[in-house]
Structure formats: C-alpha cells, structure tokens
Design a protein around this ligand. Structure first.
Ligand code: CP
Ligand code: NVA
Length: 306
C-alpha cells in the first residue's frame, strides 16, 4: 500500500477525518480515566524537523510518542546537515531507513511536498507557510467536544488569510460547515484554496457584520513566523480587526472562541479575551496531544477498532 502522508486536511477523506476526531476523543477519555497505559508505539520512532519555533507542536508530538511507548527525535537545521545544504530528498531517504514517521515544521510547502515524495514513511505537516492541518484536528475536536457535530454550523475567521485560514477553509470542505472569512483588503486567502471549498466559503471586510450567526469565532496573529519585518505595516492594516468581548457579543450567545496560540494580547485579541468563558483555547491547546496521538496511530497502524 502507498505510504500515507498528512500534508493538508485534503490528504484524508472526510470519513477518515471524522474517524480521527472520534478516535482522539476516545484516546483522551481513556488517558483521563486510566492514565498512560496504552503503548502501541513500542520501539517506534518519530523524527521531528523544526525549521521554525514551536511550543505546543513540539511538546504534543514528543509527549504523544512518549505516552504511547515510542520515541521522538528533535532535529533542528542548526544541528543537522539540513542546515548545511544536504538536499531534503536525500534527508527524506535517509530518515526513511531509520524512523517510522517524520514530522516537519518548515517554510516552503513545496519543499515539504518534495520531502514527502522522497519519503517511504509517513510525513506530517506540523505547519508550513501555507497550511497547519494538525492544529485543525485539535480545533475541530474541541468544537465537537463542546457543541457536537460541526456539520452545517457557521465559523468566522477574523484576520489574515494565512496558513491557519487555509486549513480552516480545507476543514469547512471536509467537515461540511460554513466558513466566513473576514480580513482586511489585500490579506485574502489564496483564491484556489477558497474555490476548492465552493459555496461553503464567504468573504467580507467588516468584522462587526461578520459576527451575525457565528457559532464559532477564531483568529490568529497578524504577522506569522517569517513575516516579522512586516509587523508594523500589518498592525496598521489590521486596525479594527481585533477580536474582543464586544465583538463576540455580536455572535450567537453560545459562541466559542478558538485561537491556535501563541496569541498577541492587545493586538489580534483584547488583553482579557482569553479569560472570557467563551474562549476555550486551553482545552484547544491540550487537545493537540490527543489529536496528534490519533493521527500518528492512524498513519502507523491504520484504524483501531474496525
Ligand atoms: N499552535 C501551534 O502550533 O503552536 P506552536 O507554534 O507553539 O507549536
Ligand atoms: N500563523 C501562525 C501560526 C502559528 C502556530 C504562524 O505561521 O506563525
């Protein structure tokens, strides 16, 4: 069977994604009830290549491997031959000889695709300039845990049409919900990604009006990793796009607020929004661990329980 990779949410079928969300919830409940007693990854190794910084992603993947009885290797370009120009395809072939799966956080999505094409073990996108699919597994898991099926619901993305936004667009297609994207002019997501999701996606530039009917509101930093030099210009361009308590008051009374984190308090969110009961970002962050376990288990062992 061909090696399965997880570079975007479109690499799995909607049915497989639903399985992963339910499996992640099962794995979480079992951990809470019984502790880390399930060790399906004994003697399995995950290589983790980080070309950008990370807190949640590194800790969740590393902890997932440890709790499941396996091992994770942290590899940074500074300490490996990747940083000295060894081709990524050669690195992929070498790692495929030794480890069971590879997780990569990088800049170029095309580079990630080239790595995956040369790899004979599963490759997981742990964030590229274009997508962050692992975060969406935790986000949809959190939304599902708290509100049941997301099918037919309405999410609103406020802010930059960035990697997180692109993965939200993929999620709207795969999980069949409406996504309204509200961004400053000039910061729209990629047109081809939006068009692939069809009429599930709408776009506007007025955050106040965008909140009408929102079951879920989410945002992200205005300047992503790699865009640090654009920070000042973006702060000016995104004025009026802060998500705060007053903006959420315009959404449905039972609205949830998600943020992949890290957040810049006082910029894309108010200083106090993460303390608002509608914000469920700590549960969302914690769910990275359980979603990661379900994903690696699926890629290495296939479905558990039929
Ligand atoms: N949300 C997320 O991916 O966080 P890190 O950058 O800390 O991994
Ligand atoms: N859009 C952000 C997400 C960080 C988890 C970035 O790429 O920096």
């Amino acid at each position: 069977m061909a090696t399965r990779h997880f570079l975007t949410l479109l690499d799995l079928s909607p049915e497989e994604l639903h399985y992963l969300i339910q499996r992640a919830i099962t794995i979480k409940n079992r951990l809470l009830a019984q502790g880390p007693t399930y060790s399906p990854f004994t003697n399995r190794t995950l290589a983790m290549i980080f070309e950008k910084s990370s807190t949640r992603t590194r800790v969740s993947f590393e902890t997932a491997m440890a709790q499941f009885g396996g091992h994770a290797l942290f590899l940074s370009p500074r300490d490996t031959q990747l940083g000295r120009g060894e081709p990524i395809e050669d690195t992929a072939r070498v790692l495929s000889e030794m480890v069971d799966a590879v997780m990569i956080r990088t800049f170029s999505h095309e580079g990630l695709e080239a790595f995956a094409a040369a790899s004979s073990v599963p490759v997981i996108n742990a964030l590229s300039d274009d997508y962050h699919p692992c975060q969406l597994l935790a986000d949809i898991m959190t939304w599902t845990e708290l509100r049941g099926s997301v099918k037919g619901r309405t999410a609103v993305w406020v802010g930059d049409g960035n990697n997180m936004c692109h993965s939200w667009i993929n999620a709207a297609l795969q999980f069949d919900f409406q996504l309204h994207i509200c961004c400053p002019e000039g910061y729209e997501p990629r047109r081809d990604i939006m068009e692939a999701a069809g009429d599930r996606i709408t776009l506007s530039h007025d955050p106040q009006r965008a909140m009408a009917g929102a079951d879920l509101v989410t945002t992200d930093v205005w300047a992503s990793m790699g865009q640090e030099k654009e920070q000042a210009r973006r702060e000016a361009d995104f004025a009026g796009f802060q998500v705060n308590e007053a903006l959420l008051d315009r959404a449905r009374p039972d609205v949830l607020f998600l943020h992949c984190l890290p957040a810049h308090r006082g910029e894309e969110i108010s200083e106090t929004l993460l303390d608002d009961p509608r914000a469920v970002v700590w549960q969302e962050a914690g769910n990275r661990l359980h979603a990661q376990k379900a994903l690696i288990e699926f890629l290495l062992l296939g479905r558990i329980g039929g």
